[in-house]
Every structure is written in C-alpha cells, then in structure tokens.
Write a protein that binds this ligand. Structure first.
Ligand code: GAL
Length: 806
C-alpha cells in the first residue's frame, strides 16, 4: 500500500467527530474511531437522521463473531469456527474541514462481507468479497462545510456456510478518509518496477496514473525522487510533462539507482519513491510508494534464486485470523506472528486463500518475507453452498484487479496465485478461466510469475495446467509423486504450495512415537480411533490421508532440488477447520505454532533445518507413570551427535543418519531429570533438560514486551505458566487462571491453544492447557504503568507490570 508523505497530522479535535485539517495537498486520516455498532438488521439505519444513540460505541477494526459464544449450531458450522455470524451495522457521524475544490474518499481495507455503504442516505456501493479493499468517493454527497455527515455500513455475513475457515464478521480492517486536490495521483495510481537490477545499478521505473476531476485540460510536471531508509535523497529527480485532457492521464518515468541496497529476507532494505504532481507552482499531490530492489527467477532444475543466489523457499501458509483477537486487524499481533515465524527460519508466506491486510504486506516488506499473494479459494464451482462462487461471475475481475493494483508495489510480494485447489482443475472450464485470470494479472503486472495451487499431478487430467499459461506449477501434498513431476511436466518450474497438514496439540504425546495415526484414513471413512479428549500427538505422528508428517513432507522437498521450496500447512493454528475432529473441536490442528502463539515441537524441527543457529530441542515432558516406556526425541542442528542422560546416567549417543531429522531413545521412565547434550567435534554445543514436575504451586507471567505505546492499539502478549514449587512447568496443569488489570490497559483476549476449548476469547479468565495460557493486554490512549495480576485457586499468584508510553 502506498504510504504517504506529508502526513504531518494536525489532529485538532475541536468537537467529537470533527476531522482535523492536515498540511500538504493529500490528507490521509484514520477513520477508525467514533463508530456506533448494532448487531442485527435495521434498514432505516442507512438514513442520516436515524437515531443510533443506543448503539454501542466502538473503534475499528472490529470483528463481532469473535465476541460470540461457540455453538455447534451456529450457521458458519465448526469449519467456519463455530461462532455467530449474521448482519451488523456501523454508523459514523463526522464534520469535515473545508472541502470545496477537493476530492474526498473513504477507503475500506476489508469488510466481512457483502457490505453496502451509504453517505447521508445515498448508497455508495456494495462489495461482496470480504477480503477486497475498496473505496468510494464521498464528494458528491457531502454536506456543505461545517455540517455533519453520516456514513452507514451494513455487513451481511448471514448466508452460511460460506467459508472453509473462520472469516470473522464486520469492518475488521482499517478505514481511512483521503482528501486530495481535484488533480492528483489516482487511487493505487503508481506502479514501481525495477526492470534491471545488478549490484552496480538498478533501473527504477514508475508508471503513474493521474486523476483529473477539474473538468479542464491540465498540464502537469511529475517529479520523481528516491529516498533511502534514512530519508536521504539517493536518486536525482526525474521530470515528465504530462498533458491530462480527460479524467485520467499517465506517464512513465525512469531513474538509475547506483549501487542499490538489495532487498532480501535476510536484509530487507527499503527505499521510498516520492511522486510530486506540480501544476505551475502549485503542488497538486505528493504520493509515496514503497520500493525494494530485488531480482529473482525460477529454474526448472535448480529451483528458486533471489538476487542471483539460490534460495530455498521455506514458507508457511497463513490464514488471516489472529487467534483470540479474531479477524480484527492489529499490526502488533501480526508482527508478533511474523517474529515467531522469523525465528523458526521461515522466509516466505502464502496468504491462503485471499488477499491479506495491507499492514501484513508492509510488515513483510520491512521484516523480510517473500509473499505468495493468493486471490481465490474457489471460482465458479463452490466449496460451500453460500461461498464466493455465487459472486465470482460478477466480481472476480474487479476483485483480482484491485488486489494486483493494491499489492504490486510491495517488494515482499514475489508471486500471484489465482486460486487454491480450484474445482475447475478437473474440467475444461478450468483452462478458459486460467487463461482469463492470468491475462488479467499479467496486464496489470507483467513482472511477477503467476501460479495456482494444484492437486492433480496427471497432466491429462489437470485442466488448469493445460492452459499452459502458469509460470510456475504449484502442487499441494502428494509428495510421493514429486520424482515424476519433471517427466510429467517437462521444462516446467515447480513449487510446493502446501505440504504436511500434520496434526499436533501442543504438549500432548501419544506413544509409541513411531506408530502413525492417519486420521482419517481415506476420503470415505470417518475418524473412529481419535483421542477422546480431541488431542493430536506432538510427536509428529498424526496426519490426514492426503497429508504427511512434517518430517516426511520436508524430507521429500529436500530430496527434490527442482522444487523451489514449500509452504507448510500451516504456520499458526487458525480458527475453523478442526480436522480430524468433530465438535467441540473448533480450531485447526495443522499449525506448527498453536492458536495462542506457543510453538509446538515441530517448530524446532523446522528451526533445526531452516536456520544456521544451533538447535537442541528435547521432547516430551518428563511426567509419566513409573515403568512406562517413553520415546525421547531430540531435534538438533550444528552438532554431530546428542547424548542423553537420565538422572546423570548416559542412555547413549545418537546421530542423525542422512535422511533423519531427529534422534530417538526408547526410555523406561523414572522420575527425575532428563538431559541432552549436543556436541560438535567432541565439544559441547548445547544442553537441554526437562524435569519431572511436582504438584502445581505457582503462576509465572512473562510479557513479550514491557514497553508499549499508549496508542490504544499496542499489545503485550503475556504468557502464563503453571509451575511446581521448584519452578518446573507442570505439563498437564489445567488451573483456571483469572486476570485483573490495573492502569491504562485491558484484556483484549485470552487463549490456551487447546483446539476444543469452549471458553470465550473475550474474557478475563482462562484455564491453563498443558501448563500454559495467554492473556493479551491492550493499551488505551493514556500512558502509565499497566499491572496484570493472575490468580488461581491454590496457586501463588503472580503479577507483572508493563509501561505504556504516550
Ligand atoms: C488443503 C486446502 C487448505 C486446507 C488443507 C488442510 O487441501 O487447500 O485450505 O484445507 O487442505 O489439509
């Protein structure tokens, strides 16, 4: 998303709802505050004079589904997360400063879903797709300066089931008010590319589209300047004279950037391009676009290379929900997810199966993730009776074009996906649609490859690959077929868009670790041998018939150098799709990280494979029944061997063989201390131990950040651990923990990562699950110390203080 210069906000708030004037020709103000909300349908609410005094005041982004109660009977079904959906209304009354001679727009990053927006009773438009960003021009319907205006938004998520995962409901992304001169850069009106990149120089080309609402022919001068991350001007301005005769005009400018700092996941160096529109001596617009200089290519034998260097794509698929916060966008919550993934060695994310929030892409640009930006989960053929297939015909062209225009300046976005496991793969309509959608993407962005996530590896049966227009063939699962791919699709480039789909519940272990649970066994059978408590083993020994364990899946990728890399299904657990279990399971088991953000054991498998940092991770916990035979695993890296000790006695040294990804000991259980030592050339690299825990005695609180911003949005993720008297985590503790917050903050959500918990996410209590829970603390706009106190019957309480700074 283009970030904008001249954002010296002069936020004068003379009276509530008054939008303050800003300096500069383009003004962008957050329009998140001051809304009223009503859950239910109220046709008259579109009218300006409607009385919303009794409606609930709130600040966006907002997701009403996450505030509801789990119920199997909710129309979204367990696959949709088992939370309520329905219809909701939002209204905002505001006064604008002088707008004469200006163009005023309202921008929505996403409304779930089937939204319609009215200004002062005039319908501005509707948008079915809940993941699309859109805007409406307000200018024609605004009241004269100084008088109040009312926006009304109806979000209708009532037609269900409409999604294979949790969608969330409402204005769940940000809203902005944009005011420009009548002559300005058009919305999403720049396209920055780097046609030539070398360490010596990069060519930066900017295509600019102008919007002219003056009603007259205009001649303008476009000035383009490039700034580095320190806001130093690094490239001399390039100027173009443009004559704009009708409502739009366009120009292309080019600059050379000497010795460019290249963008990559390990060094995500960014520039900014400033476009200024001058009419004579008047600055009509000032518009900023992100720039990252990088080049890449796919090779049918060698896979992917970035900036001339081979790079394995070590990716994960992510749905958009933020666990206990639901779908409501929060930048810090997304950043935390990305930090956890970064530390695992993840360098790429597939936004399954829809365009993400703009903040997500900004963070990926800044933190260094490659993004496979995906458009659709279905085309004309449904996956659920009420899903987007009903809107596809009328809206797909618009939705896809808007996604490309919005996202094509992000250096993180390296590829487009036009769909996931699309049903048209299996008949000839798939060929036509693939050609059409690919042409739409290429028209707006000829610089990035287009793919689609496929399942059919038989060329004669795959009508999407038969279109012959995909730049890269991407496959989900079925790794047994990888060796055949180069023969079946000669000369093609390959990517694995989904691997694994293995199930794990954090902290739960089913023995023996080498017996595989294929849940369900095939497409016809139901799961009959699942665990009664709806858990799945964290030994990486449970997967559905179409998937594989993490190890089997990653091994297959490692052994297929022609595959550019893979996206693990999935990075985090997400709400909905609780396979393999029925209700009360209501969130997924596929994540390498649980819904609360706590890594499962497989996290360390990937970390040992995907990073160069030494890893030694020992599992399981050490609370078993005397005499029980327990499998002890270690994931390790940067070492030759691992030795295991139980209460000081060696249980032997183990080394991974060529294809191994962990070592294992089969140990007769005795309480005490299990310790692993990894060594390289005889020298200790790391030690790791786990002790038998006694009864739960106390609570420990750990905050991920102790200095927060008093902006009403910032978060501290506080991990709750239930410990014994000696400080060991009690691995099966399930104590009910209550939270009390004092100071300028509140509990925004709670979780424990258990996929079948029916406890609400919006609460000030949570049971620990396998010894852990999470409280998410949000700041208000007041600074000060925020203290979180956690208590539980029979346990020594704990408290922690974080500082919120204005
Ligand atoms: C895939 C699908 C994903 C998810 C996954 C679970 O087939 O593309 O959205 O459902 O299976 O294994």
């Amino acid at each position: 998303m283009p970030c904008l210069l001249s954002l010296l906000f002069l936020l004068l708030s003379a009276r509530p709802g008054t939008v303050a004037a800003q300096a500069g020709p383009r003004q962008v103000v957050s329009f998140d505050k001051g809304w009223k909300f009503y859950l239910g349908d109220e046709a008259a609410a579109k009218d300006a004079q409607f009385d919303d005094a009794r409606w609930r005041p709130l600040t966006l982004p907002h997701d009403w589904s996450i505030e509801g109660q789990f119920d199997e009977k909710n129309p979204a079904k367990p696959d949709g997360g088992g939370l309520p959906t329905g219809v909701g209304w939002y209204r905002k009354t505001f006064v604008l400063p002088a707008t004469v001679g200006k163009s005023v727009w309202i921008e929505f990053d996403g409304v779930s879903r089937n939204s319609e927006v009215w200004l002062n009773g005039h319908s501005l438009g509707r948008r079915p797709n809940g993941y699309s960003s859109f805007r409406y021009e307000l200018t024609p319907y605004l009241q004269p300066d100084g008088q109040s205006n009312t926006l009304a938004v109806r979000a209708d998520n009532s037609a269900q089931p409409a999604s294979r995962w949790y969608s969330g409901s409402g204005i769940y992304r940000h809203v902005r008010l944009v005011t420009t001169h009548q002559l300005a850069v058009a919305p999403w009106g720049t396209f920055v590319t780097t046609p030539q990149v070398s360490p010596q120089a990069a060519t930066v080309r900017v295509q600019t589209t102008l919007r002219n609402a003056t009603g007259q022919r205009q001649t303008v001068r476009l000035v383009m300047t490039i700034y580095d991350a320190n806001r130093r001007q690094v490239a001399t301005a390039s100027t173009a004279a443009v004559s704009v005769s009708g409502t739009t005009g366009s120009a292309t400018q080019q600059l050379t950037l000497k010795q460019p700092a290249l963008w990559s996941p390990t060094a995500p160096r960014l520039y900014r391009v400033l476009t200024q529109v001058w009419r004579g001596k008047t600055l009509e617009d000032s518009y900023e676009t992100a720039l990252g200089v990088r080049s890449f290519h796919f090779d049918s034998n060698k896979g992917f290379a970035l900036n001339g260097q081979p790079l394995r794509i070590q990716g994960v698929c992510q749905h958009h929900d933020l666990g206990a916060l639901g779908a409501a966008v929060n930048t810090r919550a997304i950043e935390r997810q990305l930090e956890i993934l970064k530390a695992m060695g993840c360098n790429a994310i597939r936004t399954s199966h829809n365009p993400p929030a703009p903040e997500f892409l900004d963070l990926c640009d800044r933190m260094g993730f490659l993004v496979l930006d995906e458009a659709f989960d279905m085309w004309l053929k449904k996956k659920n009776s009420q899903d987007y297939h009903l809107d596809f015909k009328e809206w797909h062209q618009r939705d896809l074009e808007d996604q490309i225009r919005r996202d094509r300046n992000h250096p993180s976005v390296f590829m487009w996906s036009i769909g996931n496991e699309i049903r048209e793969q299996f008949d000839s309509t798939g060929t036509r649609l693939t050609k059409e959608l690919t042409a739409t993407v290429k028209h707006l962005d000829p610089t990035r490859p287009v793919t689609s996530a496929l399942t059919e590896q038989e060329p004669a049966k795959n009508f999407i690959s038969q279109a012959g227009v995909l730049d890269v063939l991407s496959f989900n699962y079925k790794h047994a077929g990888y060796p055949e791919l180069p023969k079946r699709f000669p000369g093609q480039k390959f990517l694995a868009t989904e691997i694994a789909a293995a199930f794990e519940t954090r902290g739960h272990y089913d023995l023996p670790s080498d017996s595989l649970r294929i849940w369900p066994k095939d497409g016809k059978s139901k799961l009959t041998d699942g665990n009664p408590d709806f858990t799945a083993s964290s030994y990486d020994n449970a997967a559905p018939y179409w998937g594989a364990t993490h190890e089997a899946a990653w091994r297959a990728i490692k052994n297929s150098p022609f595959i550019s890399g893979a996206f693990v299904w999935s990075g985090f657990d997400y709400l909905g799709e609780p396979l393999p279990y029925p209700w009360p399971a209501r969130s997924s088991y596929f994540g390498v990280i649980d819904l609360a953000g706590f890594p499962k054991d497989a996290y360390y498998l990937y970390q040992s494979e995907w990073t160069t940092k030494p890893v030694l991770h020992l599992l399981p916990h050490w609370n078993w029944k005397p005499g029980q035979t327990v499998d002890v695993w270690a994931y390790y890296s940067q070492a030759d061997e691992v030795e295991l000790f139980l209460n000081g006695k060696s249980l032997g040294v183990k080394k991974k063989g060529n294809d191994d990804l962990h070592v294992r000991w089969r140990v007769p259980y005795a309480p005490g201390t299990l310790q692993a030592v990894s060594r390289k050339a005889g020298k200790t690299v790391l030690t790791s131990s786990v002790k038998t825990a006694g009864p739960a005695a106390k609570i420990e609180l750990l905050a991920d950040r102790s200095k927060l911003q008093a902006d009403g949005k910032d978060l501290s993720f506080v991990t709750v651990r239930v410990l014994d008297a000696a400080g060991n985590l009690v691995p099966d503790a399930a104590n009910l923990v209550k939270f009390a917050v004092s100071g300028p903050g509140f509990v925004a959500g709670v979780d424990n990562g258990y996929q079948a918990s029916m406890e609400p996410f919006k609460a000030d209590f949570r049971k620990a699950y396998n010894g852990m829970a999470l409280a998410i603390i949000q700041t208000t706009e007041k600074g000060g110390a925020i203290t979180i106190k956690a208590t539980a019957d029979g346990l020594t309480p704990a408290s922690i203080t974080v500082q919120s700074q204005p």
